[in-house]
Design a binder for this molecule. Structure first.
Ligand code: NAD
Length: 357
């Protein structure tokens, strides 16, 4: 039995990866560690996984050195997904992003130094590149992170690289472009649009909707991560590998496509101020993934979008239980509202601290 530690295994992509590995690799035991924050959801894994004798779960924080060191000492490989992931949240509370995304990664890397593993797969993000300066964006594209989320991920990405150079850890750095598909939290744009449309609520659209992203279906991304686990180490150690499709689609186009596919032409699109630190265009090259991993994107965007819409239509009880970090299921990423919210949390904290003095 090969043992793999997966961090963030009840989040969106991490749970897709766990479901995939449990199916595809009968000789693998999975150790999953996840703090189950507002973004994590244990029901992302089916009963069959929870009951499988090859599956073990720890509800723990990746910053907990004792737990992480003990877990890493027992496994052959680590796949690190856990992170704070929502760009909007990083604009209002940067601490959580630096703490989890950077320091959490450092804790894992130190554990791997102390207890060497055969492979460490770090899940970075295309957000580290900022807006496309060239098309398609290769792994050589300059790093211009534009939000605190992107900067924290960029710090973690380069920290992993430094541990490869300094301590020779067997790490591979994967930079997926925007993932979408079933089980994605409703705070992210495609589930947000689908669930708003299903309830005849206006779709909240940043700016004029012309910002575009390269959309990777989550199963395709998980396949790429699995391939990175087994690829020849000499070819991939210390390498950065994009998982993109080479096609970008504007957010406004996606909103219109969703309304059309759900037959909701009367639902309006409501413009909200453009996100601070907005990335205007992402379009990724997958040539290196093809060369090093034999990976290529499989799912055309409109096919993946339809599969995603169908899943949200059929799983309303799942997404009705998604709550946002800052409130209920219908939180709208509106700057003024978020600012009001953060100032009321500051007031609440002041009340608490004066009460304890
Ligand atoms: P997600 O927000 O759905 O899941 C994150 C998971 O990490 C959750 O289960 C959460 O409970 C867990 N977590 C958060 N803080 C933790 C902590 N301190 N300790 C332990 N667990 C913690 O995110 P996702 O969309 O599945 O993204 C997974 C990874 O892929 C992240 O590293 C993200 O930066 C990266 N990524 C995501 C996308 C995308 O489009 N979703 C694209 C590129 C890269």
């Amino acid at each position: 039995m090969r043992r793999i530690l997966v961090t963030g295994g009840v989040g969106f992509i991490g749970s897709g990866f766990v479901r995939r590995l449990m199916r595809a690799q009968p000789d693998t035991e999975l150790y999953v560690v996840d703090a189950v924050t507002y973004a994590g959801n244990c029901s992302n894994l089916p009963e069959a996984v929870w009951n499988d004798p090859r599956f073990f779960f720890w509800k723990a924080d990746i910053r907990d050195r004792e737990v992480i060191t003990r877990l890493v000492s027992r496994v052959d490989a680590v796949v690190h997904f856990a992170a704070e992931t929502h760009v909007d949240n990083s604009i209002y509370n940067t601490d959580d992003f630096i703490d989890t995304d950077v320091k959490g990664t450092q804790v894992l890397l130190d554990a791997v130094r102390a207890h060497p593993v055969e492979r460490f797969i770090h899940i970075s993000t295309s957000e580290v590149y900022g807006t496309a300066l060239a098309e398609p964006m290769t792994e050589e594209h300059p790093l211009n992170p534009r939000s605190p989320y992107a900067s924290a991920k960029c710090g973690a990405d380069r920290l992993v690289y430094s541990y490869v150079i300094t301590f020779d850890i067997p790490a591979v750095i994967i930079r997926p472009f925007n993932n979408y598909g079933p089980y994605q939290h409703v705070e992210k744009v495609i589930p947000c649009f689908v669930t708003h449309a299903l309830h005849d609520r206006p779709l909240p659209m940043h700016g004029d909707g012309s910002s575009s992203r390269d959309w990777v279906y989550v199963d395709d991304c998980c396949e790429g991560v699995e391939r990175a686990l087994t690829a020849d180490l000499k070819a991939v150690q210390g390498e950065v590998i994009n998982l993109g499709t080479g096609v970008d689609t504007a957010i406004g186009t996606i909103g219109a496509e969703i309304l059309q596919r759900l037959n909701k032409p009367y639902v309006p699109i409501r413009k909200v101020p453009d996100r601070r630190g907005q990335v205007f265009r992402h379009i990724g090259s997958w040539a290196k993934a093809k060369a090093l991993l034999g990976w290529q994107p499989r799912t055309p965007f409109l096919q993946g979008l339809q599969q995603t819409i169908d899943w949200y239509v059929e799983h309303e009880t799942w997404w009705q239980h998604n709550t946002h970090k800052h409130g209920g299921p219908w939180h709208i990423p509106d700057q003024a509202a978020a600012e009001k919210l953060s100032s009321s949390s500051v007031q609440a904290a002041m009340v608490r601290s004066s009460a304890t003095r």
